[in-house]
Design a binder for this molecule. Structure first.
Ligand code: PBG
Length: 332
């Protein structure tokens, strides 16, 4: 027993759980729509809302529909939206040039949202996998994912996203040295105000499966991502990565996946005190949405409980596909 607590019966911890009013009074954490970054999948076309089978309730949206989604997010009090392009397989190449095409899908969506809903923050994804014929986040040479040449490409991709109007750059690639290179390039190009949310502790996880379906990378990927994403057995290494990225100029850091890695979120927040986010990834979403669809769990309650877990673990916010549904519930 803690020294500050009197022994039973002077201390009865149930006293403060007795009524809703008392419980509300001593509640330690809260979830609000302002905690969410909403990841959305963008595809080409017009007026298209295409369901993703492995993510019930999540769709690929054409640019006009993404603009509607951004408008909805803003109305719900969600401060940021994160864009992931589903790239036409015909545009995937060995050199990944589509990644920095000023008119690629991600950049077109960014400009359209900035035009229609300038209040919402736009986060974009930096990594080569949506554009890579090999399906990897970096260039493949002789079967290996090469680091430094990939970083040069990531910098080009970053600058094209910043030029299009991105507010937050989200490098999800896990190459070494990319944060410093991106920060230098952004400063030199006059994009001092563009921030970086580093996917600093990103694990080689099987929970990404549905996402790879959503962006059309499942078929392309040869092998696994274990030479650049982290071993799920490691925690100290996550602290080294986060510290490294903060020293290179990351404004915010992320732990990914989310729920299976809440210990990492807590350690990150306690160790560095930087703005810390978790990504509740596609497989986590699919497990909850799939079980809810079958009536095995109460979907709304499990969703909100899962989101509260991130706040309790010290996160400032969470990337979640539940963002609009959760915001609607929270707003009543
Ligand atoms: C790839 C990327 C992935 C996710 C975001 N960016 C998958 C991967 O690393 O293979 C996963 C997101 C999710 O599962 O929701 N750059």
């Amino acid at each position: 027993m803690r020294p500050s607590q009197a022994p039973f019966p002077a201390t009865r911890l149930r006293r403060l759980r007795r009524t809703p009013a008392l419980r509300a009074l001593v509640q330690e954490n809260t979830v609000t729509p302002a905690d969410f970054i909403w990841p959305v999948f963008v595809r080409d076309g017009d007026g298209v809302v295409e369901p993703i089978p492995s993510m019930p309730g999540v769709n690929r949206l054409s640019v006009d529909k993404v603009v509607e989604a951004a408008r909805e997010a803003h109305a719900l009090g969600i401060p940021a939206i994160c864009l992931f392009p589903y790239t036409d397989p015909a545009l995937k190449t060995k050199d990944c040039a589509e990644a920095w095409n000023p008119d690629n899908l991600s950049n077109r969506a960014t400009r359209a949202i900035k035009d229609a809903v300038p209040e919402i923050a736009i986060m974009t994804d930096v990594a080569l996998d949506p554009y890579n014929i090999d399906g990897h986040d970096g260039f493949v040479e002789d079967g290996a994912i090469v680091n430094d040449r990939t970083v040069e490409a990531l910098v080009r991709q970053t600058l094209s996203q910043a030029d299009a109007g991105a507010d937050i750059i989200g490098p999800s690639d896990m190459m070494d040295g990319r944060i410093g290179a991106m920060r230098d390039a952004l400063e030199a190009a006059g994009h001092q105000g563009v921030s970086i949310l580093s996917y600093a502790a990103k694990y080689a996880s099987a929970f990404y499966g549905p996402f790879r379906d959503a962006v059309g990378a499942s078929g392309a990927l040869k092998g696994d991502k274990k030479t650049y994403q982290m071993n799920p057995a490691n925690a100290d290494e996550a602290m080294r990565l986060i510290e490294r990225d903060l020293r290179e100029g990351a404004d915010m850091v992320m732990v990914k996946p989310g729920m299976p890695y809440l210990d990492i979120c807590r350690r990150a927040k306690d160790s560095f005190g930087a703005p810390t986010f978790a990504y509740q990834v596609s497989g986590e979403y699919a497990m909850i949405a799939g079980a809810a669809e079958r009536g095995w769990v109460d979907g709304d309650k499990v969703m909100l409980e899962s989101l509260m877990a991130f706040k309790r673990a010290g996160c400032d916010g969470v990337l979640t596909y539940f963002a609009p549904a959760a915001a609607r519930l929270l707003n009543g």
